[in-house]
Design a protein around this ligand. Sequence first.
Ligand SMILES: [Fe+2]
Length: 370
Amino acid sequence: MAVLPPTVRPIQPPAGSKIDFGAEITGVDLENLTDEHFATVRNALYQHHVVIFKNQQKISPKAQYELTKRFDPAAESYGHGKTIDAKRSVLHPDLKTVPHQPQVQIIGNGFVPSYEGLENFQLRHPHHRTFHKDHIPDDKDYDFTRFYRWHIDAALYDLNPPQVTTLLAVSVPKGRRQTLLYDDGSDETMDVPLGTTAFVSGERMFELLSPGEQEFVRTSKIEYAPHPYIWMSPAHSRSTGLGLHSEGLELPDKELPPIDDEKIMILPMLWKNPVTGKLALQVHPSAIRRIHLADGSVIDDLERVRDIIYRLQRPAISPQYVYAHDWEEGDLVLFNNRGVLHSVVGAFKPDEVRLFRQCNLAASEPPVGP
Ligand SMILES: [Fe+2]
């Protein structure tokens, strides 16, 4: 069989969309990835941020892990380390670990009799009602939905944000679409495939800001809460999954596990693309705690911090800037976790079985600022 060189084809934005990221790659064997083909994949990833490989049903958990690790060979453990084992973490119910490849997690919905050494387990698709104060009424839940929570895949305490995430669609329920409603008082809506993963570009988020805002994000740093996924539980946010209001439901420090000040993360708001040098506004909105300004002062009032970040992020999550991936079984999506934000979307019926494999690794180095 003749071996064709890899091709990288940018996604054609649907009518009305202004997305400028996303590409499909063909002609690479991910199970036996050569250095030359990896160089093509890496370049494509940092140019296009979300890259799709079709028909990857057979990729092993080991090859998925190795592809993920190739972006950061010194990285070893899963992006959240063992912190998701904490029963109080908001992430705890959403993830099951592949026993023979513990950096790879199983996520999805419904009952699975057997998969990769796990038997008879139940998956639960995160539902926006656990994270939004006002949720879609139950009788409309299968027709309408919301963004669950915009985020970067990152522990944000002790462990550096992963460089990339890989997501493999093993089982995908088909046939329905949903209307996504923005719940921030805007009338924006978006027609989305059932259970889409939604992405927005951090570079576009930065470009849409005014010169004054760009200067602000260039010179300010964001401090994340210690143990953020325990702290934020059970935060009830509004505003399209950006977490504008919390109503003071975050846990006080004394109710958190012991805090090591050395492990608290204070990160630049802008992260530099290692290939293009472009800057992406990369802030995990529901884990933020304080803003450190260029003059050394600190904004400590959480509602004010949230309001500032919401205003900076919101323009870039309008429907024309959102890429909603229409999953097909066998899709492997590799995304630049330091250049996009993403969100779970949708509500499944109990018998709609969805099974995905996810892998990311706590990075060996922190993000590079401007
Ligand atoms: Fe994620």
